[in-house]
Design a protein around this ligand. Structure first.
Ligand code: AMP
Length: 213
């Protein structure tokens, strides 16, 4: 099963991708996670991406397309994968279609999680992420049992540097300009499934599962 999770920052793509990964035993492929790790490791890739990420801008198409091409050819992606945060531009979507075609594959579903902008800002400003396992919490709607500590692995929770209001608004504007047009791209391919990203995490997950099965 090959799925794309579309939707603006804060729509819940990461949370849903992790749940799909558990259920279907296929990897979550998040360009944001790959880039954040590169920044943390201070690799050449990380040094190229850091300033763009902190400013809430997109990293160049060439860089992320290169990352994805390499990642989805790995053995653990043989039975499928969940793309989270990729593609984000028309060029990325076209290159993905081309790469999959060369591999004799297609996407099965593109799920567009719809959440209104006010809710997205509230979700992102309160978001806290585990440094170790990447699990996500929210200061008010999903607080950890112990402040600052991950319920699952005991890792330290941190606030992403791009989860501040000014950068969030920039990211949402870039989403509307660069990524929202992909709804049309995948709509034309007959792959787009739109659903509200509201309700409890489990309610959203059961809707996602209906759409991918
Ligand atoms: P995310 O974790 O998906 O919110 O991504 C965090 C940041 O990483 C974005 O704001 C971009 O700077 C960069 N990024 C992640 N995925 C992409 C992508 N597909 N294209 C360009 N930049 C990306």
């Amino acid at each position: 099963m090959r799925v794309i999770l579309l939707g603006p920052p804060g729509a819940g793509k990461g949370t849903q991708a992790k749940m799909l990964m558990e259920k279907f035993k296929i990897p979550q492929v998040s360009t944001g996670d790959i880039l954040r790790k590169a920044v943390k490791d201070d690799s050449e890739l990380g040094r190229k991406a850091k300033a763009f990420m902190e400013a809430g801008q997109l990293v160049s198409d060439d860089i992320v397309i290169g990352l994805i091409k390499e990642r989805i050819k790995k053995r653990d992606c043989e039975n499928g994968f969940i793309l989270d945060g990729f593609p984000r531009t028309n060029v990325q979507a076209e290159k993905l279609t081309e790469t999959l075609r060369d591999m004799g594959q297609t996407m099965d579903a593109v799920i567009d999680l719809v959440v209104d902008p006010g809710e997205l800002v509230a979700r992102l400003t309160g978001r806290r992420t585990c440094e170790e396992c990447g699990c996500m919490f929210h200061q008010t709607s999903r607080p950890p049992k112990l402040p600052g500590v991950c319920d699952y692995c005991g890792g330290k929770l941190y606030q992403r540097p791009d989860d501040n209001e000014e950068t969030i608004l920039k990211r949402l504007a870039i989403y509307e300009r660069e990524t929202a047009p992909l709804r049309e791209f995948y709509g034309r391919q007959g792959r787009l499934k739109t659903m509200p990203g509201l309700g409890s995490v489990d309610e959203i997950f059961s809707r996602v599962c209906e759409l991918v099965s």
